[in-house]
Design a binder for this molecule. Structure first.
Ligand SMILES: O=C(O)[C@H](O)[C@@H](O)[C@H](O)[C@H](O)COP(=O)(O)O
Length: 230
């Protein structure tokens, strides 16, 4: 299931989304003493990150992580970790915890095993999941072009896996669908007419291998909140 929330400007979207996410995180910390949020990289979320970073929250009890990461040095301009540190873990959010997906030089089976144990014990299930979407219908690093797409969408996959997209640069590490699905709040953050056209194509049928974002939009157990502005 899904609901589409349309906004007149991207600034209005960013500020409204930041208000919503801040409210969810504050309540999660009040109830459980901690909260976790996974965000996505790309060009869309910068304004939202900056708005959220200025929210008065118990940031030291909140863990930020990524839905996926490019396996590059975290000082690279391609790094989602760099994007998050430069735009979200700033201002009032400086003391937020960060669960690093990029750890070490090589993405080995041992690294994945360690990360999966740590993710299960510290941040899963997520309180908030912010997804982006590519024009091919990928989300996180669940790429339709990758040889790992069936594993990415399988119900039995571990939390994190290595993905090698054929139509995008860099090896990736990504949360799998089965561990993103239980997130208490699933939000798809997109902007521009091209992405609305991709969303409408994704809504037209439920072939999730063709467009992995469909796994979230067509799952009756998830109420994906779409936030869109022109
Ligand atoms: O690592 C990444 O690139 C993201 O996690 C990816 O899933 C992104 O959200 C989409 O590709 C949309 O990117 P844009 O916001 O740049 O369109």
């Amino acid at each position: 299931m899904y609901e589409i929330n349309e906004f007149t400007t991207r600034a209005e979207l960013d500020n409204t989304l930041a208000d919503k996410v801040a409210d969810i995180l504050a309540k999660a910390v009040a109830q459980h003493g901690r909260a976790s949020i996974a965000v996505s990289g790309g060009s869309t979320p910068k304004g939202f990150f900056q708005a959220l970073s200025n929210k008065d929250l118990p940031w030291s009890e909140i863990t930020v992580t990524l839905a996926d990461e490019r396996w590059v040095n975290i000082d690279s301009d391609a790094s989602n970790t760099k994007l998050v540190y430069e735009n979200l873990i700033q201002n009032k959010a400086t003391n937020a915890k960060f669960f690093h997906l990029k750890q070490g030089e090589q993405l080995t089976h041992e690294t994945l095993a360690d990360l999966n144990l740590a993710a299960k014990s510290s941040i899963l299930p997520l309180d908030v999941l912010i997804l982006g979407m590519g024009e091919d219908g990928h989300t996180a690093s669940l790429f339709p072009c990758s040889d790992q797409i069936d594993e990415c969408l399988s119900a039995t996959t571990a939390p994190l896996l290595k993905v090698v997209p054929k139509t995008a640069p860099h090896d990736r590490i990504s949360f799998s669908y089965s561990y993103l699905k239980p997130s208490k709040n699933v939000i798809l953050h997109i902007s521009g007419q091209a992405k609305m056209d991709v969303l409408n194509k994704a809504l037209a049928n439920d072939d999730k291998r063709e467009m992995p974002i469909r796994a979230f939009l067509h799952d009756p157990e998830i109420n994906t909140q779409v936030f869109w502005a022109e």
